[in-house]
Write a protein that binds this ligand. Structure first.
Ligand SMILES: Nc1ncnc2c1ncn2[C@@H]1O[C@H](COP(=O)(O)OP(=O)(O)OP(=O)(O)O)[C@@H](O)[C@H]1O
Length: 490
């Protein structure tokens, strides 16, 4: 067989446990050269563990890895990289205190000597231009100053860069579009299709089943640490993937827009005047309001300003009641990494968990149990460390933290990053139920489907609200049209 026809990578009987948790159990999988393999599975199914093994970041307890037909023992991150394996992890790994160019240099130590910064900047800048034409990321920008979406773009572009003498054989993308808006996500997926034509293989891990079905050649489905199905993409559709992942626990209820409610007479929960800076914003009690537009156009900043206004009043924003915030960037704004799952859930509810001035552990435990179970958090015990959870399960804990509070306004900053389809559908139901009881949700999302769960949406452009859409006006075309419309028209 020629190198291009040979499978790029074969895994045979790979298992891995963490204490009592069997994360992978006898996984046998072939990744063809020049093909895109879509990998799906519920939160905690074992996808990231498998990718960590391929990338040399974790050792399997059992099983073998064959690269180009050769058995690889003791794969390390360095040896995997030398073989041309790159991984874009769900938990982004750029060094925050380095610039974009310096972060590129971390992957390519061969860039050295006089002018290395310039060369590293050109390498990453050129790749960003290829994958995301029209991006606005500067090579000398500090990673910490970039939004999560832009950090994700840099991390993806870096994975595809190659220097003299290097090679690219397999790129693993774990939830690569979770912080990208629809336009940027499409740019990436089109680039992946182009790249695999050159013989590079790709593993695309995603909870967005549409993109897996549209852009993969083959699909592998995982459930509870095992591979439950593999085959060409034509063997699967959305419903069969949902059935395989959940074992029928989560029938695909599909997207169903919220029934049209009348809110004109409901009291206002949030009002933002934003005079001279675009349209005013109003959220009434019981309303689910979406924030849309291209990623990084001021939606997160708006949520933060509403949060600040509720804590100390600001003349241009009025908030009626308490607010809570569900962060999408769980790494930097969300989890308390040294705490247990239960402590992470209960931290915003300490006021109601006191008994004679002291924290009542039994109340905390009951609250964490209740919301851990509502959010279906998969863990042997809620006393385990939060970092022992898979990425999607950590995100569920942040949701549980917000919903467990008595806040009347829930601010959500693209909160479904990495959450599996079954849980997402459950969360949408919870949001609808809580809204019916009077809570307001202000929900920034980069997933168009989620906007269909909103009563009204505001489209942002360059930090301003440029459109308000309601009911039938909430269509993908309507949102994209508003996102790109002449900003002076608002
Ligand atoms: N470092 C760790 N310590 C303890 N348990 C872990 C660790 N890493 C993963 N696990 C457990 O292994 C199982 C598989 O996790 P993994 O992260 O591979 O799932 P996943 O399919 O990638 O999930 P997600 O879609 O949420 O990212 C989970 O039960 C998780 O809690």
């Amino acid at each position: 067989m020629t190198a291009l026809m040979r499978p790029a990578l074969e895994l045979s009987g790979v298992s891995r446990s963490f204490g009592a948790v069997r994360a992978l159990s006898g996984v046998t999988l072939t990744i063809e050269a020049g093909k895109c393999l879509g990998l799906v599975g519920h939160n905690g199914a074992g996808k990231s563990t498998l990718m960590n093994i391929l990338a040399g970041a974790l050792r399997p307890d059992q099983g073998t890895l064959l690269f180009d037909g050769q058995t690889m023992d003791n794969v390390t991150v360095a040896s995997a990289q030398k073989l041309g394996v790159r991984c874009v992890f769900q938990e982004l790994s750029l060094c925050p205190n380095l610039t974009v160019a310096e972060n590129a240099r971390v992957l390519h130590p061969s860039i050295k000597g006089l002018g290395w910064r310039k060369r590293a900047g050109k390498l990453i800048g050129d790749m960003l231009d290829r994958i995301f034409p029209g991006h606005d990321i500067k090579p000398d920008a500090l990673a910490a100053d970039l939004s999560i979406g832009r950090r994700q773009m840099v991390e993806i572009a870096r994975a595809f860069t190659v220097t003299d003498g290097g090679q690219l054989r397999l790129v693993i993308l774990d939830e690569p579009t979770s912080s990208l808006d629809a336009t940027t996500a499409r740019q990436l997926l089109a680039f992946v299709r182009e790249e695999i034509r050159t013989g590079v293989s790709c593993i695309l891990i995603s909870h967005m089943l549409g993109e897996v079905l549209d852009y993969s050649d083959q699909i592998a489905v995982m459930k509870n640490g095992q591979l439950v199905a593999t085959g060409p993409v034509s063997d699967f559709d959305r419903q069969s993937l949902v059935d395989l992942m959940s074992g029928g626990e989560h029938p695909d209820r599909g997207v169903h827009a919220r029934a049209a409610h009348k809110f004109e007479n409901a009291p206002i929960a949030v009002r933002a005047e934003r005079a001279g800076r675009g349209l005013p914003f109003i959220a009434r009690h019981g309303e689910v309001i979406g924030l849309a537009g291209l990623a990084g156009h001021g939606q997160t900043e708006f949520l933060v300003s509403v949060y600040d206004a509720a804590k100390k009043s600001r003349s241009e924003i009025h908030v009626d009641g308490e607010v809570c915030f569900v962060a999408g960037d769980r790494q930097s704004d969300g989890v308390f990494p040294l705490w247990s799952i239960a402590d992470n859930i209960a931290v915003n509810s300490l006021r109601v968990l006191r008994n004679r001035g002291l924290l009542a552990r039994s109340l905390e435990h009951a609250l964490a149990q209740k919301w851990g179970s509502v959010m279906n958090i998969k863990a042997p015990s809620l006393e385990d460390e939060i970092l022992s959870l898979s990425g999607g399960n950590q995100q569920k804990a942040l949701f549980a933290r917000a919903l467990a509070t008595t806040s009347s306004v829930v601010l959500m900053d693209d909160p479904m990053r990495g959450v599996d389809i079954g849980t997402k559908l459950d969360v949408y139901d919870i949001i609808a139920k809580e809204a019916a009881e009077g809570r307001s949700f202000v929900w920034y999302t980069t997933e168009f489907e989620e906007l269909e769960y909103c009563d009204r949406i505001y489209v942002f452009q360059n930090g301003r609200i440029v459109s308000e859409l309601a009911g039938d006006e909430i269509t993908e075309v309507g949102v994209i049209g508003s996102s790109f419309k002449d900003s002076n028209a608002a």
